[in-house]
Every structure is written in structure tokens, then in C-alpha cells.
Design a protein around this ligand. Structure first.
Ligand code: ZN
Length: 309
């Protein structure tokens, strides 16, 4: 079975300004590399639907969802926080990004595909229960997890986050939630300065110092993530797939390579195959060096789809 690729043209219209690193060209960079690598033809493409208030309210208070709807400008730009802004198209993009995660979950849990990747923006893992943060408005991955639990009756869902930044929003949402195990590797100390001290029991957080690369990353996955995931026995694995720990990415100072993203996907896929019938949903988070982002996403997709072409 092929891998689903869920995206929407609305996600290209969300624009926070020419100098903002979280820019529309990120998604086109992924599309470019799908063509260059030749794997694009093996993906089954889906248009992302709009997330509903019911789906969002499993993660965010409905008052927050309404406040975001009301903040959306008719023209110009409105800042939600110092890093996150809305233009007239942002609300649609954010609803599509969360909706993509819901559709991906449905496709995987209804056995239409085994794995699905959401090529969407805005990203989600810094979005807390009731607060936008760090380019994120709705927590797309969290919406997928709660959808899997509430709509499909799953008991155990694992979130695996290899973005260079700690997924503080996802932790805020799932802290102490017995249905969810979150495994995260991130640069520390670094934005958002969370995750290293006293994480919740259902969080497997591995902070890495600036300058850490493939060796440290692979050791952390092997020694910390894998045993915890094996013990948890997830019925679904959801990736927060940020590619900003790449050595070419100036946003941070970790030194991962294209191959590391293929490697970690293989390791996690093996867990999913043992416990979750291979079911994986993945959603794009960060990744700001365009070529590295596109190439790394291809490595991730290649493994998700079993495409060794
Ligand atoms: Zn990031």
C-alpha cells in the first residue's frame, strides 16, 4: 500500500512576511524534491479538509478556537504572539493543517493506507492548549491523536517528535494523559527552554547540546526512545516531523543529516509494525533550510512508503 500525502493549496497562502522563516516556499521545496527524487509518483495525494470545531475542541478550549477565528484579519497582518501572525488566509491554512492530520488518521485507521504524511503549515507542536506560540496556532498532531482516541477508540498512541525544538505544546496538552506517550529529542538549552527539567511521566525527553549530530541522535533513539516505545506498545504512531535539526539549517545548532531522517523513520516504523500494524501518521513541523528540508522529507517519505527506488 502506498503512502498518503495530504496537503492543500491554502497552506501556501498563509504568509507572515518576506523575512519570516516559516514561509510558503517550505512546502514547494518539498514538492520540488518529490519530483527530483522520483518518489512523487508513488504517493497517493489527498486534499486536506478543514478541521471542525469539534475536532479542535478535543485539544483546545472552544473559547481559544473562537478567539482565533475572531482574530483572523480581513486584510493586513495580525500578530497572535511575537513569532506567529495571521494574514487573511491563515485561518483557512490552520484549519487545513489540523484537518490534514484528521484525514491522515482516518485513512490510516480505516486501512485505506498504512502511512500518511501531512505536508502542511502552519506547524503545530508549540501550540499549547490555549495559546499560540512559535509559528503554531493549532496543535495538528495533538488533534490527530485525540481523533484516533475519541473517534476510533484507540487506547495508546505514541507521539514521536524529532524537531530541533522541544514540542512544548504537545507536552502541555498530553502531560499525564495515560493514553499518550511522547518521545522527543531536541536541542537544549534552546527555544522554548522546556522539556529538560522534570518532564511528565509519559514524556521521554532527550535534550541534546548544541553541536550534537548523528551519533548522539542515534544513541538517544536507541537507548531512550525505543525501549519506552516497546514497553508502551502503541496502536498508532504519530510523528511531529520537523527537519530543523539538519546540519544545513541555521535555525539551530544540531548536525543531523538527510540519512538520519531515513534511519529514525526506519527505527520507528519497526516499532509501528510490531505493535500498531505499521500504522503511522506524520505531520510537518519545522525545517527552514529549503533544500535540506525537501531532501530530508523525501528520506522520511521513502521509508514511510517502503519506496527504495
Ligand atoms: Zn522547530
Amino acid at each position: 500500500m502506498s503512502v498518503a500525502f495530504v496537503t492543500h493549496s491554502d497552506c501556501l497562502k498563509h504568509d507572515m512576511g518576506t523575512h519570516h522563516p516559516e514561509r510558503p516556499a517550505r512546502l514547494t521545496a518539498i514538492e520540488d524534491q518529490l519530483i527530483a527524487s522520483g518518489i512523487g509518483q508513488y504517493l497517493t495525494r489527498f486534499d486536506a479538509p478543514l478541521a471542525t470545531d469539534e475536532q479542535l475542541a478535543r485539544v483546545h478550549p472552544i473559547e481559544y478556537v473562537r478567539a482565533i477565528r475572531e482574530a483572523a484579519p480581513k486584510q493586513g497582518t495580525v500578530h497572535l504572539d511575537p513569532d506567529t501572525a495571521m494574514n487573511p488566509f491563515t485561518l483557512q491554512a490552520a484549519l487545513r493543517a489540523a484537518g490534514a492530520a484528521v484525514l491522515a488518521t482516518d485513512l490510516v485507521l480505516k486501512d485505506k493506507v498504512t502511512t500518511a504524511f501531512c505536508s502542511v503549515r502552519p506547524p503545530g507542536h508549540h501550540a499549547c492548549r490555549a495559546r499560540s506560540m512559535g509559528f503554531c496556532i493549532f496543535n495538528n498532531v495533538a488533534v490527530a491523536v485525540r481523533h484516533a482516541i475519541h473517534e476510533h477508540g484507540l487506547e495508546r498512541v505514541a507521539v514521536v517528535d524529532f524537531d530541533v525544538h522541544h514540542g512544548n505544546g504537545t507536552e502541555d496538552i498530553f502531560e499525564g494523559d495515560e493514553h499518550v506517550l511522547m518521545a522527543s529529542i531536541f536541542q537544549h538549552p534552546f527555544y522554548p527552554y522546556s522539556g529538560a527539567d522534570d518532564p511528565a511521566r509519559n514524556m521521554v525527553n532527550v535534550p541534546l547540546p548544541a553541536g550534537a549530530g548523528s551519533r548522539e541522535f542515534r544513541a538517544a533513539v536507541t537507548q531512550a526512545w525505543i525501549p519506552a516505545l516497546e514497553e508502551f506498545e502503541p496502536e498508532l504512531v504519530v510523528f511531529s516531523a520537523g527537519f530543523d535539526a539538519h546540519v544545513e539549517d541555521d535555525m539551530a545548532m544540531l548536525r543531523f543529516t538527510d540519512a538520519d531522517y531515513g534511519w529514525v523513520t526506519e527505527k520507528i516504523k519497526a516499532i509501528a509494525e510490531r505493535h500498531a500494524k505499521g500504522r503511522i501518521v506524520s505531520a510537518l513541523e519545522g525545517g527552514y533550510a529549503l533544500s535540506a528540508l525537501g531532501r530530508s522529507a523525501v528520506q522520511h517519505l521513502r521509508v514511510l512508503g517502503g519506496l527504495n527506488a
